[in-house]
Design a protein around this ligand. Structure first.
Ligand code: SIN
Ligand code: MN
Length: 207
């Protein structure tokens, strides 16, 4: 894998650190191959909320825990709904965590979100983890995404940024519990994947 340059933490947005272009195209391609292998063992599912609404993203995971949601609510689970254990977090993905969060505990979960054109993610907090001193590290692959980030409380002013393939966003410290979401992806802005769409990887410590 090509060398990572963590010093490229080059922008902050409401306290979240954006390492734009941390992954070069070769590293992105290698990571996509690793994620395809994860999805072979732990296929993508369409998550359903406890209100029985289908989410527009499809999800799978790697690591000790995967975040799942179904009619009984959302939670971390040690197994894919099929019963198989989640695959290991690929080394290529783990290397990003080590580069941008060298003092954090090892990641226990890598959520894999697949955004087909038209998929979005509503504003939410990541707060199903036990230790908010540990960061959330998010990797973007494929088409550009319009990411919105706001406040700890619901509502209020927000800022938006286009996340591009190879970008890595770190939410830690005062930014750890900010509401955030993805308004839309810009289909066809990247040629990384076989067609339009976006993969987001979200790494977290769960326990
Ligand atoms: C998430 O917050 O779960 C996903 C964020 C993203 O897709 O960039
Ligand atoms: Mn989130």
């Amino acid at each position: 894998m090509s060398e990572l340059h963590p010093s490229s933490a080059n922008r902050t947005i409401r306290g979240a650190k954006l390492h734009d272009g941390l992954l070069d195209p070769a590293a992105q391609l290698a990571m996509v191959a690793d994620i395809r292998a994860v999805a072979r063992d732990a296929p993508f599912v369409t998550p359903v909320t406890r209100f029985r609404r289908e989410m527009s993203v499809r999800m799978t995971a790697a690591g000790r825990f995967g975040w799942v949601t179904d009619r009984t609510g959302y939670r971390y689970e040690p197994r894919h709904p099929s019963g198989v254990a989640w695959p290991e977090i690929p080394a290529s993905v783990r290397a990003v965590w080590d580069a941008v969060a060298p003092n954090a505990r090892p990641p226990e979960s890598c959520l894999v979100n697949w955004y087909a054109p038209g998929a979005r993610m509503g504003m939410h907090q990541d707060r199903d983890e036990a230790d908010f001193d540990q960061p959330v590290v998010s990797i973007s692959l494929g088409d550009d995404a319009l990411f919105r980030i706001g406040n700890i409380a619901r509502g209020g002013p927000t800022e938006s940024v286009w996340l591009r393939s190879g970008d890595v966003l770190v939410m830690s410290g005062d930014a750890r519990l900010l509401h955030h979401g993805v308004d839309r992806i810009a289909a066809g802005t990247s040629t990384l994947l076989d067609g339009p769409g976006r993969i987001n990887l979200t790494l977290r410590v769960v326990t």
